[in-house]
Design a protein around this ligand. Structure first.
Ligand SMILES: NC(=O)C1=CN([C@@H]2O[C@H](COP(=O)(O)OP(=O)(O)OC[C@H]3O[C@@H](n4cnc5c(N)ncnc54)[C@H](O)[C@@H]3O)[C@@H](O)[C@H]2O)C=CC1
Ligand SMILES: O=C(O)CCC(=O)C(=O)O
Length: 529
């Protein structure tokens, strides 16, 4: 039974699937301190958070069984991703579920800013009927600058067009072609600052975006600009903004997010008449909270059950079309890695992986992670997974080189794993996915073979002499080891040869030793896949 802790308020409807799962028990404990979490996290396989829980390295260190941290939302800045990656904890988010909601909040903030709605409301309910102080501006024919044209920024731009605004947009990934499609004008940050009447930011907070709008930008900014931030506190320098408002450069600002949340009680935004604020409510709608909780719960279930999953943030994104092409190869890749590691006695100095045939023009990075996992698991055990396998290889200076070959003789696809060793004795294992037959090992070192990579196997190297197969069969039979299948590979008659036997159960060490005592038999080792 998997145990999942929900440590922030997350929609019950959204996590229903998780609660209904027979193999999962869900516990909700919100508002815990870091120390309280450290005390209990060791019992759990999964942790589900929104943005309040700060998932620190200390918590992960104590969470020895933690496989997955699910963030019901987009930003994962409350999770120490590096610490998670190091420990092989998969961090997933729900990037799509709150896009429209946050876009709508941005628009609500923009309109409230243009028409002074919060300020007018406050005065009205306190008994002052003031119709002079709140002269607003229209959005129509105004220029909106959008910094960050990802999911939310693009939706904001779409709605701004419907309001008759001209949209200038900047994003490092925004091409002329896409800008044209979205009916926005591609512009630089500098052009936006000098030309826009309203500006809204929709980027993550990164070293590059931190204070991307600060004193130097305010100095050249179009006078009367109104600024909205429903993305992350810190993208706009808060103190420089207040100065710019007081100097008459900026006409007003609407902020849903702060550099420190919640802001200190003396934060200048909280009392400034030209700044309106909300307490990080961008994603707070019934719909969005349900959507993100559903998305994240589904992925957590997949991860706990060892099924393919999407939206891992501590792994590079892979499109679903690439994922569906690669998925059938994951098992084979991991087994080839594991096989290669088990037959290699010396210290591995480099890993060579070649993808051929159908895998030639596919982004095979996720598959490489499975192969590395298979290789590293031999020595690092269950601490290795597809999230940390590359990291662990690099941390051990274990170089891996990936090559691609367009065609492969006799097969439609082929994966070759070579382990180079310090002693110079390299080991090679190649496999293929045969339509209708499944996974096959097709080459071992220089020997062509045809064996299914599964269960308990005995790898024997011997001299190709009559009677050897019989002697092996007799010895195994005497020791109650049943042979399910046997494959022999040789390059020349009478020369060096290999045998791969699939057997029904683990082979006792003494039997392997006895095998090596047989005439014409050189080595015998067990491989478990
Ligand atoms: N207030 C709230 O409650 C919510 C806030 N957010 C935040 O909104 C932001 C945007 O979210 P999404 O649109 O879903 O993310 P996204 O990943 O779809 O889009 C972010 C875009 O920012 C761009 N970008 C990165 N660096 C940039 C730079 N230096 N200049 C210009 N563009 C840059 C990226 O290329 C990307 O296209 C994130 O910070 C997210 O955490 C998201 C949901 C709710
Ligand atoms: O969970 C929340 O309400 C915060 C949403 C958010 O900021 C995000 O998804 O990035």
């Amino acid at each position: 039974m998997f145990k999942v802790l929900v440590s922030d308020p997350i929609s019950d409807l959204g996590i229903q699937k998780l609660m209904d799962a027979e193999d999962v028990s869900v516990e909700k404990k919100t508002g815990l301190t870091e120390d309280e979490l450290v005390q209990i996290i060791g019992e759990y396989d999964g942790l589900l958070v929104r943005s309040q829980t700060r998932v620190t390295e200390k918590i992960m260190e104590a969470g020895k069984g933690l496989k997955v941290i699910g963030r019901a939302g987009v930003g994962v800045d409350n999770i120490d991703l590096e610490a998670a990656t190091k420990r092989g904890i998969i961090v997933i988010n729900a990037p799509d579920g709150n896009t429209i909601t946050t876009c709508e909040h941005t628009f609500a903030m923009m309109m409230a800013l243009a028409r002074h709605i919060p300020q007018a409301y406050a005065k009205t309910i306190h008994g002052t009927w003031d119709r002079k102080s709140f002269l607003g501006v229209e959005l129509r024919n105004k220029t909106l600058g959008v910094l960050g044209m990802g999911r939310i920024g693009s939706e904001v731009a779409k709605r701004a067009k419907a309001f008759g605004m001209n949209v200038l947009a900047f994003d490092p990934f925004l091409t002329e072609e896409r800008a044209e499609k979205l009916e926005v004008k591609l512009a630089s940050v500098d052009e936006i600052i000098r030309q826009a009447d309203f500006m809204t930011v929709h980027t993550p907070l990164t070293p590059e975006t931190r204070h991307m709008i600060a004193r130097p930008q305010f100095e050249v900014m179009k006078k009367g600009m109104r600024i909205i931030n429903c993305a992350r506190g810190g993208i706009i320098d808060e103190l420089a903004l207040v100065e710019a408002i007081d100097e008459g450069i900026v006409a007003g600002a609407a902020f849903d997010v702060f550099e420190h949340e919640p802001p200190a009680s003396d934060h200048p935004f909280l009392t400034h008449p030209k700044v309106i604020v909300t307490p990080h409510l961008g994603a707070s709608t019934v719909e969005a909270q349900e959507n993100v909780a559903i998305d994240v719960s589904e992925q957590v279930l997949h991860i706990l059950r060892d099924e393919p999953f999407v939206n891992a943030v501590n792994m590079p994104p892979v499109s679903s079309s690439v994922m569906s092409k690669l998925q059938p190869y994951f098992g084979l890749g991991e087994k080839l890695g594991s096989f290669a590691a088990q037959i290699t006695a010396d210290a591995v100095s480099e890993i060579l992986i070649d993808y051929a045939g159908d895998l030639y023009d596919v982004d095979t990075q996720p598959l490489t992670r499975y192969i590395l996992k298979g290789i590293l698991q031999r020595h690092l055990g269950s601490d290795v997974n597809i999230v940390n396998s590359m990291h662990l290889a690099k941390a051990r200076d274990l170089n891996f080189v990936v090559t691609k070959t367009p065609k492969t003789k006799g097969f439609t696809n082929r994966i070759t794993v070579t382990l180079k060793t310090q002693s110079g004795k390299n080991r090679l294992v190649a496999g293929t996915l045969l339509p209708g037959y499944g996974e096959r090992i097709v080459q071992l070192d220089e020997f062509p073979v045809d064996a299914a990579p599964e269960g308990h196997q005995i790898l024997i190297s011997h001299n190709d002499k009559p009677g050897i197969i019989g002697r092996v069969g007799t010895l195994l039979g005497k020791n109650d080891v049943n042979i399910a299948s046997m494959q022999v590979g040789r390059k020349i008659i009478g020369g060096e040869a290999i045998m791969i036997l699939t057997v029904d159960k683990a082979v006792p060490k003494e039997v392997l030793i006895d095998l090596t005592g047989l005439e014409e038999l050189n080595t015998a080792s067990e491989i478990v896949l």
